[in-house]
Design a protein around this ligand. Structure first.
Ligand code: NAD
Length: 366
């Protein structure tokens, strides 16, 4: 398998394969860039069809974490890990403990967390063998702890409001019409926040119970899965799937702003960013406004390693700065006549490639 010539290689610093015969663990850890600090990114378990597919996924995700940490002004680099296994039939506590040993061997260069098909329980098992793990519950929180979604939702909410201010010149969201796709952990919390400030909600989900709950509790209008795109709304908030801004959906959109939690919303970044620009639809880049969960786990780690308290307060304060970053991105895109995603990438790269903007340096775990 070609590695240094891999299409997703992107100058990764470190790529490590782990195999543990006893537990059957097959994992790849990818560390993209650590100029700003240790690489933090979740551990995904997926039944990949091939090792090549797993490698492509981990490289793509790992690079994305470098950009997310840098644009969020965190003293962190980007990394990710994947375990090649079926979470329903193959995952065991012992396998996750073996993953903990694998993470420990990197000596703090990589910090892991929950991702698709890994849970708080899995992080507890990993933690038995390494301190380089986040998303752990506190005693107060119990097993429900470690859930980053409320923090992600807060960042998306603040980013959405800033985008509305920039594009529509509105300071208040009272009466604003928002179409929300996906009422899961992040989407529902976002809806609650929007409703509390007087926005009108139009929602969809494949889960009928979630829609009934939104209708009853938040007075939301419920529409079909494909109808969400063509709603006559101010804002479209994708909070379910990636790739939903594409050739088919863009012509349907009536919203003036897109701001949501889903990762990789634009199916093809350059093509679909340009299409949105032509229609004067303002796009709040997903990796900028959905970074609240990452910001929160950074403060969890920092508190544990450096024995601080009040990590939640610090996280909320930091998430409160997402609108400032967003404004910087929008202004740069306008001033330099470049796309919003290009402006976001440019700012992130200026930070992690030069390492000048990072004021607080992370202290290594013992
Ligand atoms: P979740 O699984 O809790 O919720 C997703 C919701 O989308 C579910 O209710 C699901 O039924 C619904 N859904 C699935 N397919 C759909 C479709 N075709 N149309 C409409 N609804 C559909 O996930 P989440 O944690 O709320 O995350 C939402 C998105 O935000 C994901 O793309 C995730 O990658 C991204 N994200 C989440 C976090 C976080 O902290 N949870 C952080 C960053 C990014």
């Amino acid at each position: 398998m070609s590695l240094f010539n891999h299409p997703e290689f992107a100058n990764h610093e470190q790529i490590v394969h782990y195999f543990d015969k006893t537990t059957g663990l097959k994992a790849i850890i990818a560390v993209h860039n650590t100029n700003l600090g240790p690489a933090l990114g979740g551990c995904r378990m997926w039944n990949y069809k091939s090792d090549e597919e797993a490698l492509t996924d981990v490289l793509r995700l790992s690079k994305g974490m470098t950009y997310k940490a840098a644009i969020s002004n965190l003293p962190l680099g980007g990394g990710k890990s994947v375990i090649i296994a079926d979470a329903k039939t193959e995952k065991t506590p012992e396998m996750m403990q073996a993953m903990g040993k694998a993470v420990e061997k990197l000596g703090g260069n990589y910090i892991t967390a929950e991702d698709v098909s890994t849970t708080v329980e899995d992080m507890i098992n990993i933690h038995k063998f390494t301190n380089h793990v986040v998303g752990l519950p506190t005693e107060k929180e119990g097993l429900a702890g470690g859930n980053p979604s409320p923090f992600t939702a807060l960042g998306v909410f603040l980013g959405l409001k800033e985008a509305v201010k920039y594009r529509l010149g509105r300071d208040s969201i009272g009466g604003l019409k928002v179409a929300v796709q996906g009422l899961g952990n992040v989407g529902y919390n976002l809806c609650e926040r929007l409703r509390e400030e007087g926005a009108e909600l139009i929602v969809t989900d494949i889960n009928k119970e979630a829609m009934t709950r939104a209708k009853n509790e938040l007075d939301a209008d419920v529409v079909g899965l494909d109808e969400i795109y063509s709603q006559d709304v101010d804002v479209f908030a994708p909070c379910a799937l990636g790739g939903i801004v594409n050739d088919k959906t863009i012509p349907m959109l009536k919203a003036k702003v897109i701001a949501g939690a889903a990762n990789n919303q634009l199916l093809e970044v350059t093509t679909h960013m340009n299409a949105l620009k032509d229609l004067n639809i303002l796009y709040a880049p997903d990796y900028v406004i959905n970074a609240g969960g990452l910001i929160n786990v950074y403060y969890e780690y920092d508190a544990r390693v450096n024995k601080h308290s009040n990590s939640e307060e610090k996280a909320i304060e930091h998430i409160g700065r997402i609108p400032v970053t967003l404004d910087e991105i929008f202004s740069m895109a306008d001033k330099e006549n470049i796309s919003i995603t290009a402006a976001a990438d440019k700012i992130a790269e200026s930070r992690f490639m030069n390492n000048n903007n990072c004021t607080e340096k992370h202290t290594e775990a013992a």
